[in-house]
Design a protein around this ligand. Sequence first.
Ligand code: NAD
Length: 193
Amino acid sequence: MIVGVIGSGSIGPDLAYGFVSALASDSGSRVLLHDINPEALETGLARIQGYVKKGVDRGKLSPKAAAAISGKLTTTLDLNDLAECDYVLEAATEDLAIKKIILNNLEKVVRPDCLIGFATSGLPRTMIAAETQHPDRCFVNHPFFPAWRAMPMEVVLSDNTEYSEKMMETLKRLGKVPVETADVACFAADDIF
Ligand SMILES: NC(=O)c1ccc[n+]([C@@H]2O[C@H](COP(=O)([O-])OP(=O)(O)OC[C@H]3O[C@@H](n4cnc5c(N)ncnc54)[C@H](O)[C@@H]3O)[C@@H](O)[C@H]2O)c1
């Protein structure tokens, strides 16, 4: 599976590290972390390398697993590098206008059946998906903190059963426990908090 994460800020690198860890023994799989800011990519990569080192130092990661994780992760400033992705998680912004630009550019690059997730903290799926060419393959994927380790992930599904099942299976393969939630602003968990 080829996975893309857009946004190397507070949460993007953690999500990328969680995904690449889950795919470490999966031959052919890889994860790309994209940002428009080179410094953000450098900082994000350094954080991921720190997690890997800590894992090895504490005996939780074998050197072989650490090498597999590092070998499967690429950072890129070029959105076009996400062309082969099966799933892309956008974790760049809560600003709908900027999100629209990112999604429009992304949809020019990826296949029509590439699943797209939004790590939004509170924007409804219908509002974001309405800005896309293929709304049925777009999902809210609301992560929890710390995103590399927290297994639950709230998911707002679309009306398309095939894509929705594929979304749930994809998240499970990426080490998450997807929890279906209603498409209301801020979703269930934030509502409770
Ligand atoms: N931080 C959290 O704990 C948390 C938890 C749940 C959900 N989220 C959601 O995740 C998203 C990102 O949050 P964050 O806290 O990581 O934000 P952030 O501001 O820390 O990082 C955003 C990153 O996206 C990059 N970016 C901006 N425009 C871009 C573009 N056009 N293309 C590529 N990259 C671009 C920025 O350079 C920056 O590095 C938000 O929607 C937020 O609500 C965050």
